[in-house]
Design a protein around this ligand. Structure first.
Ligand code: HEM
Length: 416
């Protein structure tokens, strides 16, 4: 998805198709969302197959839809690729549960993900990032987007307790779930790609749990921790562990790589911003926040209205699906001045909602922030400048905003 919108043009909101993959592969969704925020902050679309959904695009409305489970439930699925099929894991999977059950499962997991808890991972993350950047040091073309797909596995694999030999396959499977229509990941049809990848991923975690039960082995990994969680006093079933392991794998793998690629692209296009961050590494946490706002890798999440809910001057009828467009909210001029300017000194970039809002706020946010900070510290320390070495290829997905190719060359830093 192009992250810097092109010049304003006439857009007919009655005919716009927000699920058109070309809009994200080669088109300009920010130009469409700009018009939606201004003219139709509550928008309704019927797809050719009869499925329909509502959209909210303003910051305030997106926070409300994501954050208020009494009005907007997660229990019928939260990923727009599942529109029209009720989630088989409703009420079980962490992401598809409302409080109080959601709070009971999330609380013990959350303690493993706090900023303080993940800090102990910093040295190991730095080693992984250093290893990751090494091939770029020789000045040859380096496909950052392609390589970055493996970065979260390198970082979170050990934390989750997943052996290195399985990372590549799991990265491929999670990419298939996130972008089932992208030619890099599609196997047959969209439905087949989703079914195969879901089945394989849940099967992987289920096998892992069975194996642990058989061997009685214990370790400090997160998947092992899931086996000891007791929401409401009872342990999770193997199916529940498999489904939660699946959402952690998915959450970790499909977002961070695209935040890395999109932020690096923004810096290449604006060498003065690169220079500022390099001259003052104290700005790197701000660079990370602006990169999260700018890329909004999880472009949206979905909810269903629990009752008729008045929003943005209209009413979402009870039971209807509503897509909360995070990518649009993060460019809302009501909150972010000159929203299409990438500015690492933006005073309120921390109010970005790339990690969502409310009770489902991304559990991996502290880990993602740490990974991104370490990544940019090491990148800026090693390279004087970066250059685009070809056109980026955008992911064909209306759910994840990202790239499949970003060829770059890096010029090694002369002065330390
Ligand atoms: C830049 C990186 C990331 C972005 C942009 C991102 C984005 C998001 C968003 C928007 C949500 C909210 C979903 C909703 O409201 O329904 C979410 C939830 C979640 N994320 Fe992330 N995420 C990132 C990294 C991670 C990482 C590294 C992990 C795991 C290690 C992770 C695991 C999860 C899980 C398990 C949830 C569900 C939480 C719940 O339902 O309570 N994410 N993420």
């Amino acid at each position: 998805m192009r992250l810097t919108p092109g010049p304003p043009r006439d857009i007919d909101l009655d005919t716009v198709d927000l699920f058109d993959l070309d809009l994200y592969g080669t088109g300009d969704p920010h130009a469409v969302w700009d018009v939606m925020r201004a003219e139709a902050p509550l928008h309704h679309q019927v797809l050719p197959d009869g499925r329909d959904f509502w959209s909210v695009t303003r910051y305030e409305d997106v926070c409300r839809v994501l954050g208020d489970h009494r009005e907007f439930t997660s229990e019928r699925g939260t990923v727009p690729t599942h529109l029209g099929q009720d989630d088989v894991a409703a009420g079980v999977l962490l992401t598809s549960t409302d409080p109080p059950r959601h709070t009971e499962v999330r609380r013990p997991l959350g303690s493993r993900f706090t900023a303080r808890a993940v800090r102990s991972w910093e040295d190991s993350i730095r080693r992984s990032v250093t290893r990751f950047l090494e091939p770029a040091l020789d000045g040859e073309v380096f496909d950052l987007a392609e390589k970055a797909l493996l970065l979260p596995a390198i970082v979170t694999g050990p934390l989750l307790g997943i052996p290195e030999k399985d990372w590549e396959e799991l990265v491929q499977l999670t990419a298939m779930v996130a972008a089932p229509c992208d030619p890099h990941f599609q196997l047959g049809s969209e439905a087949a790609t989703l079914a195969i990848s879901h089945h394989e991923l849940v099967g992987y975690v289920t096998e892992w749990v069975k194996e642990r039960r058989r061997s009685g082995a214990e370790d400090d990994s997160l998947l092992h921790h899931l086996m000891s969680v007791r929401p409401g006093g009872a342990p999770l079933s193997d199916r529940e562990i498999a489904l939660d392991g699946y959402s952690i794998l998915l959450g970790a793998n499909v977002t961070t790589p695209h935040t890395v690629s999109g932020t690096v692209q923004a810096l290449i296009e604006r060498p003065e911003q690169y220079g500022r961050a390099q001259a003052d590494p104290g700005l790197i946490p701000d660079l990370v926040e602006e990169g999260l706002r700018w890329t909004s890798a999880a472009c949206n999440f979905m909810r269903h209205a629990a009752t008729d809910v008045p929003v943005a001057g209209g009413v979402i009828p009870a039971g209807a699906a509503v897509v909360a467009w995070i990518g649009s909210a993060n460019r809302d001029a009501a909150l972010f001045a000159a929203p299409h300017t990438f500015d690492i000194t933006r005073p309120n970039a921390k109010r970005q909602i790339a990690f969502g809002f409310g009770s489902h706020f991304c559990i991996g946010a502290p880990l993602a922030r740490l990974t991104l900070r370490v990544f940019f510290e090491e990148l800026l320390r090693r390279f004087d400048s970066l250059t685009l070495a070809g056109e980026p290829d955008h992911l064909r997905s209306y759910f994840i905003a990202g790239m499949t190719h970003l060829p770059i060359t890096a010029q090694k830093r002369r002065t330390p």
